[in-house]
Design a binder for this molecule. Structure first.
Ligand SMILES: O=c1ccn([C@@H]2O[C@H](COP(=O)(O)O)[C@@H](O)[C@H]2O)c(=O)[nH]1
Length: 269
């Protein structure tokens, strides 16, 4: 998907919501487990059916699928197939290795599966990211300032010139080939950093996790990092949307939770 196609969709739906399909088999409503051979896929299918007009992206965190083995990979593939083609998809896999191995990760998520993007850890540097960027219509979403408490352990460390590691990741990665197909992960839990990060990358999309369950708010993100006429944001909520209910009505409750977030976004779009 191109940047412009994503922007068009955001303004058409008045939403920059990414819904995280982080499906924990232990939290799936029991009637799905009893009735379906693939309850994970059925859960996702019903969530997608009830939310696709309210969001512009589905983020599938690969850990939740890998953790249940071969069946998880099959549910992942079926879910990806089911997502309408005009909705942006993220393989939240946080990969990155020596170039030869990154090439294999890239093939997994871009060739074998057809995700629009993948999250990549920057720690191993340019040659670990380049193989993902070789796929011309695909996006790399580089971890910059993550939403967890441990982000302070390394990412906030400053060098002698006073530049923090997350700032260096953003600045330096901008010099890499094909960096226009890069987005950055920035946690909603650092609202005080959003303006400064936006100034570093005024034309790039930021993927913002950490809204809802982790304490970040849509309003603070939109106020500090939204770009007029381009939006430049994908704001993700996983548990807050998909586990809004736990009974037969779960998908309707997810829709209500997604709509609440979408309406907060619409005020800015
Ligand atoms: O810095 C990061 C990077 C990724 N994530 C992922 O986003 C979702 C958040 O889930 P919630 O239930 O909305 O808290 C999840 O897949 C994380 O692995 C993140 O939270 N922070």
């Amino acid at each position: 998907m191109t940047r412009q196609e994503l922007i068009n969709q955001i303004y058409r739906k008045k939403s920059c919501l990414s819904i995280g399909l982080d499906v924990d088999i232990n939290r799936i409503p029991s009637h799905l487990i009893e009735k379906y051979d693939d309850p994970v896929f059925e859960f996702n299918k019903q969530i997608i059916d009830h939310t696709m007009d309210l969001c512009v992206c589905y983020k599938l965190n690969i850990a939740f699928y890998e953790s249940i083995g071969v069946e998880g990979w099959s549910s992942l593939a079926k879910t990806l197939e089911y997502i309408p083609a005009d909705i942006f998809t993220i393989a939240d896999a946080k990969r990155g290795d020596i170039g030869n191995t990154s090439k294999m990760y890239a093939r997994t998520f871009f060739d074998h599966m057809d995700f629009d993007s993948i999250t990549v850890a920057p720690y191993m540097g340019v040659d670990s990211v380049a193989p993902f960027l070789e796929f011309k219509e695909k996006w790399v979403i580089l971890l910059a300032l993550t939403s967890n408490v441990g982000s302070r352990d390394f990412q906030h460390h400053t060098d002698r010139k006073g530049e923090a590691l997350y700032q260096k990741v953003i600045r330096e990665s901008q010099t890499w080939a094909e960096s226009d197909r890069m987005m950055y992960v920035v946690g909603a839990t650092h609202p005080e950093k959003l303006k400064e990060i936006r100034a570093l990358v005024p034309h790039h999309f930021l993927l913002i996790p950490g809204v809802g369950a982790q304490g970040g708010t849509v309003d603070e993100v939109m106020k500090n990092a939204h770009v007029p006429d381009a939006c430049g944001l994908l704001i993700n909520s996983s548990r807050g949307v998909i586990y809004a209910g736990d009974d037969e009505d779960f998908a309707k409750k997810s829709r209500a939770a997604a709509m609440e977030l979408q309406q907060e976004m619409a005020a800015y779009l």
